[in-house]
Design a protein around this ligand. Structure first.
Ligand SMILES: Nc1ncnc2c1ncn2[C@@H]1O[C@H](COP(=O)(O)OP(=O)(O)O)[C@@H](O)[C@H]1O
Ligand SMILES: [Mg+2]
Length: 104
């Protein structure tokens, strides 16, 4: 199975009747580098929140490392946009920051 797998995933935020993302089927293999590109509001951050377990899908299933994501994932790091980055750190050091803060 892929390292990250989305099966028929839709998400409606609780304060909205509209689906932020709809029926996503997508997978990423181990060691694969993937960039999601799209205009503001296309669901990139929603995708990351679902992958990291900060949100649960309204429909469908999200898997990371062969396990269904049912809560926050300690093995997933999110580096935010400039205002949330530490300028004295390299890109990789910023990406790895959550791994340093969160206890295993
Ligand atoms: N907390 C939220 N509550 C309600 N709707 C949201 C929330 N966050 C994002 N959305 C909506 O979900 C859709 C996808 O947003 P988002 O994932 O932030 O897009 P992107 O990261 O690609 O700019 C947009 O229509 C946005 O308005
Ligand atoms: Mg975003």
């Amino acid at each position: 199975m892929s390292f990250v797998k989305f099966e028929n995933v839709s998400l409606a935020y609780s304060n909205s009747k509209q689906l932020a993302i709809k029926d996503i089927n997508f997978s990423i293999n181990e060691n694969e580098l993937v960039a999601l590109v799209g205009p503001s509001g296309y669901g990139k951050s929603t995708f990351m929140k679902l992958t990291s377990g900060l949100l649960s899908p309204s429909e469908g299933y999200v898997f990371v490392n062969k396990r269904e994501v049912v809560g926050p994932q300690k093995c997933v790091g999110m580096a935010f946009q400039a205002s949330n980055l530490l300028p004295w750190r390299t890109t990789l050091q910023n990406v790895m920051l959550p791994m340093e803060i969160v206890e295993p």
